[in-house]
Write a protein that binds this ligand. Structure first.
Ligand code: FAD
Ligand code: UDP
Length: 376
């Protein structure tokens, strides 16, 4: 019999939640991670009493009650509600997601009826033109955005931001990227439609530390540095790293987008008055500024800490050595992933899970949901 039932490669949410369940089922688990800390991309670094989301801002949101109850059983979540604002190329600020506040700020319209009429006027000519060309469904992000919300909002709030984020023209991006964004005819700045959202009280490390409590963990340990050994010590492997790396890149490399963060500690208590401010102008090199304290400090608490930490986010193409963040869902990468997935399906003793192993843009809640459904 081997020393462990499971070797879990990666201590991100997938690996940590799997380890939690397996341990409770009486399984012997070892978790390894090549980083110097656990938690994967949700890991936070505490700077001057502020939890800094080191790999990008993370807001937990879900409508799945089982997932919500599960994470809250590990650590309670606070009442943070994501309501980003956008600083547009016209120098004005607009509420997101697109809702009555945005429409009022953009056009001065005060009722849903006026807003609908304005949007219809904005998109009518465009939709007609598409129809004339025989186009029945939007072929790219630009067509999707303009036919959904009209030219003004597309130009001021979508085009520049999206092109910076993805490094490609909106006409070359798939329509579905923008379908995630809600459009509402009510005065409601809540970015998500989900029933539940929040941030773990005390930060995300509480969540991942709670999941990994009592589990044997080795950090600074890369599976590929001694693959033969790691493969020999456990009955099964749960692999949450890059699937193409698992197969030695034999069909070629999958591509990613990544984000470079410029983080600054400032000697003021409140820099921008909100956790998230998107900069939608193409001329501003970063996509957004995160002010981390607003995820966990509300009202008067904000000024109780005289300092603040901000991160400017620069979206860039990924190269070896950088953190792989967003899978690029274009045809080349999808087809390549499919070839790796076929190999993975044939493995009897390896479970592939999470963002990198499934090459999929997963939010946190679906990751937890998936692990809760696995038999361990
Ligand atoms: P990861 O967290 O990436 O964990 C994988 C782990 O495996 C890492 O710790 C890595 O070091 C380790 N590893 C990889 N290869 C090896 C190896 N060879 N040997 C040992 N260890 C290895 N989701 C939301 O719900 N809300 C948000 O607001 C949100 N914002 C996000 C913002 C950004 C910038 C990013 C990148 C993601 C965001 N997400 C958000 C998604 C969220 O981060 C993921 O759903 C979640 O972290 C995925 O967990 P995971 O375990 O699959 O992957
Ligand atoms: N988006 C935009 N303007 C904004 C915010 C988002 O055009 O101010 C677009 C952009 O294309 C982005 C998509 O909407 O990729 C989805 O946004 P979301 O905030 O959900 O993306 P995330 O940051 O979670 O990847």
């Amino acid at each position: 019999m081997r020393e462990y039932d499971y070797l879990i490669v990666g201590s991100g949410l997938f690996g940590a939640a799997f380890a939690y369940r397996a341990k409770r089922a009486g399984k012997r688990c070892l978790v390894i991670d090549k980083r110097s800390h656990t938690g994967g991309n949700v890991y936070c670094e505490n700077i001057e009493g502020i939890n800094v989301h080191k790999y990008g801002a993370h807001i937990f949101h879900t409508s799945d009650e089982e997932v919500w109850n599960f994470v809250n059983s590990i650590v309670p979540f606070n009442r943070y509600t994501n309501s980003p604002v956008a600083l547009a190329p016209d120098g004005r600020m607009y509420n997101l997601p697109f809702n009555m506040n945005t429409f009022y700020q953009m056009w001065g319209v005060k009722t849903p009826e006026e807003a609908r009429a304005k949007i219809d006027e904005q998109r009518a000519g465009f939709i007609e033109e598409l129809r004339r060309q025989g186009v029945t469904a939007p072929r790219n992000l630009e067509e999707q955005a303009v036919s959904l919300i009209g030219r003004d909002i597309y130009e001021k709030l979508i085009k520049g931001y999206t092109e910076k984020q993805w490094g490609r023209a909106c006409t070359e991006l798939p329509p579905f990227i923008i379908r995630r964004l809600p459009v509402r005819f009510v005065f409601d700045n809540n970015y998500f439609n989900d029933k539940f959202q929040g941030i773990p009280v005390g930060g995300y490390n509480r969540l991942t530390d709670g999941l990994l409590e009592g589990v044997e963990v080795k950090t600074d340990t890369d599976f590929f540095a001694d693959r033969k050994y790691w493969e020999s010590i456990a009955e099964k492997i749960v692999f949450t790293g890059k699937i193409d790396e698992f197969y030695d890149y034999r069909f070629g490399k999958l591509e990613y987008r990544t984000v470079r963060f410029e983080t600054e500690l400032l000697d003021i208590s409140n820099y921008q008055g909100n956790a998230v401010v998107n900069h939608t102008s193409r001329e501003v090199p970063y996509t957004r500024i995160i002010e981390h304290k607003h995820f966990e400090m509300f009202g008067a608490e904000v000024d109780e800490n005289p300092k603040t930490v901000i991160s400017r986010e620069y979206s860039t193409e990924w190269r070896d050595g950088m953190e792989p963040f967003y899978p690029v869902n274009d045809q080349r990468n999808e087809a390549l992933y499919e070839r790796y997935r076929e190999l993975a399906e044939r493995e009897k003793n390896v479970i592939f899970g999470g963002r990198l192993a499934e090459y999929k843009y997963y939010d946190m809640a679906p990751i937890i949901g998936k692990v809760l459904k696995l038999s361990v």
